[in-house]
Design a protein around this ligand. Structure first.
Ligand code: NAP
Ligand code: HSE
Length: 432
């Protein structure tokens, strides 16, 4: 078989890793696919920029058409990022019968359905393992490994940057801004890190996971998303004191034929397996009706881990080329979208309140919860520096989202309450 020719779009953190793996693992790759793999052209913005990988300058270009219209290129590896223009390039490449491997969750979360359909109509593969949880083969695990089961729940720490920030704030008491800069320097953060810290990157990944896990097309707008920018040292302190760890958690839950998907800072018992996932590591917990609990763990971001998934996708494409079965892998969602209403979404909640330190105030607060049939699992009350105020921290028993939102609004309107400092979802019970 003649050499497989690759067009690489992007030579940043991930693109450099792809070059390194193709070069350093060439023997193993040749053994797997039975032919050499060569990178023919590489798209960059600035061809004169210094690179941290050795590359023949003659193969660099800033003209995307030189790659997607090159008849000799078999596979496009897209690691440049972007959504609308990138989608147009991918569609054009598919029209030109090129197989695609991408790490781009922004693109796949929004246009994945359209691109997968176009690819299969044109007999092309479109693989995107690296788009969720970097080096963890979670997409293949859902599509192949667990294809016989019905998935009821997916919980994921799927953003390396925010997990890195929360770990360093919790374990080393470092300031949010300093740790974010570190995560950027280490190449974990997105070009615009707001999409990491605001939860959007995790939401995009949860769209991909929920769509595959539940075989139901979930859209980005369906994911209730809150990031970590409001998480304070005090919140982390109380979480720890109550026996919890704070994680930015994606949760996709199915009851019968209805689903909910969210991303939010969540308190997990320190004993929960997801609590031990630290720094840029990711993990996805999958509960299947037949298999029970499974968990997939590994590096969720960074150059070589992400590139490993990409080059493994490339191997799958080339094996399909040999078998003549490209374009037949993706299965369209089986079910129409059916989302839970807010009265069908149940969880425990953490609330931190500053209230007047006066007789009867606690009873007033309690009565708001009682009106909605919600009771407390844990309560802490402490004086705060500001004179005459008390800090009240509660963890509730399970309540519907609808009840919790009503409680929140009623509390906010009480004269005795100066401020609701924070509120978080809680998964499971801590023993502290
Ligand atoms: P990056 O370091 O910013 O690299 C982007 C590369 O694409 C650069 O080489 C840049 O060229 C090139 N590029 C961007 N826009 C271009 C345009 N319009 N025309 C030509 N070239 C363009 O990004 P990255 O971290 O490698 O991420 C790449 C993709 O992988 C993104 O979709 C990201 O979400 C995804 N991803 C990243 C990670 C990670 O750990 N970083 C993990 C999983 C998935 P110049 O070098 O000339 O500027
Ligand atoms: N910015 C992303 C993260 C990169 O921190 O998880 C991996 O998708």
């Amino acid at each position: 078989m003649k050499a497989i020719s690759i067009g690489l779009l992007g030579l940043g953190t991930v693109g450099s890793g792809v070059i390194k793996i193709i070069e350093n693992h060439q023997d193993k790759l040749m053994h797997q696919v039975g032919c050499p793999i060569q990178v023919k052209k590489v798209l960059v913005k600035d061809v004169n920029k210094e690179r941290d990988v050795e590359i023949n300058p003659a193969i660099l270009t800033d003209q995307v058409n030189e790659i997607i219209n090159d008849p000799e290129i078999d596979v496009i590896i897209e690691v440049m990022g972007g959504v609308e223009n990138t989608k147009d390039y991918m569609l054009q490449a598919i029209q030109n019968k090129k197989h695609i491997v991408t790490a781009n969750k922004d693109l796949m979360a929004v246009h994945g359905g359209e691109l997968l359909t176009a690819a299969s109509e044109n007999g092309c593969d479109l693989f995107y393992e690296a788009s969720v949880a970097g080096g963890i083969p979670i997409i293949r695990s859902l599509v192949d490994g667990l294809s016989s089961d019905r998935i009821n729940k997916l919980m994921g720490i799927v953003n390396g940057t925010t997990n890195y920030i929360l770990t360093k704030m919790t374990e080393e008491g470092l300031a949010y801004e300093d740790v974010l800069k570190e995560a950027q320097a280490l190449g974990f953060a997105e070009a615009n890190p707001a999409s990491d810290v605001d939860g959007l990157d995790a939401a995009r990944k949860m769209v991909i996971l929920a769509t595959l896990g539940f075989s139901m097309k979930v859209d980005l707008d369906d994911v209730k998303t809150t990031g970590i920018t409001m998480v304070t040292e005090e919140d982390l302190h109380y979480a720890n004191r109550l026996g919890y760890t704070m994680k930015l958690l994606g949760i996709a839950d199915r009851d019968g034929d209805k689903v909910e998907v969210s991303v939010q800072p969540t308190l997990l018992p320190k004993t929960h397996p997801l609590s031990s996932v630290q720094n840029e590591y990711n993990a996805v917990y999958v509960y299947g009706e037949a298999v029970g609990e499974t968990m997939f763990y590994g590096p969720g971001a960074g150059s070589l881990p992400t590139a490993t998934s990409i080059v493994s996708d490339l191997v799958a494409v080339v094996k399909n080329m040999r078998l003549g079965i490209n374009g037949s892998y993706a299965v369209a969602p089986q079910f129409a979208k059916n989302l839970k209403d807010s009265e069908e979404i149940y969880s425990k909640y953490f609330l931190r309140i500053h209230a007047k330190d006066e007789v009867g105030v606690f009873a007033e607060i309690t009565s708001v919860f009682t009106q909605h049939g919600v009771s407390f699992e844990k309560i802490l009350q402490l004086p705060v520096k500001e004179k005459g105020l008390a800090e009240i921290v509660v963890v509730t028993h399970k309540a519907s989202l609808k009840s919790f939102e009503e409680i929140f609004m009623q509390l906010r309107d009480l004269d005795a309450i100066k401020d609701i400092k924070s509120s978080y979802r809680v998964e499971g019970s801590a023993n502290a």
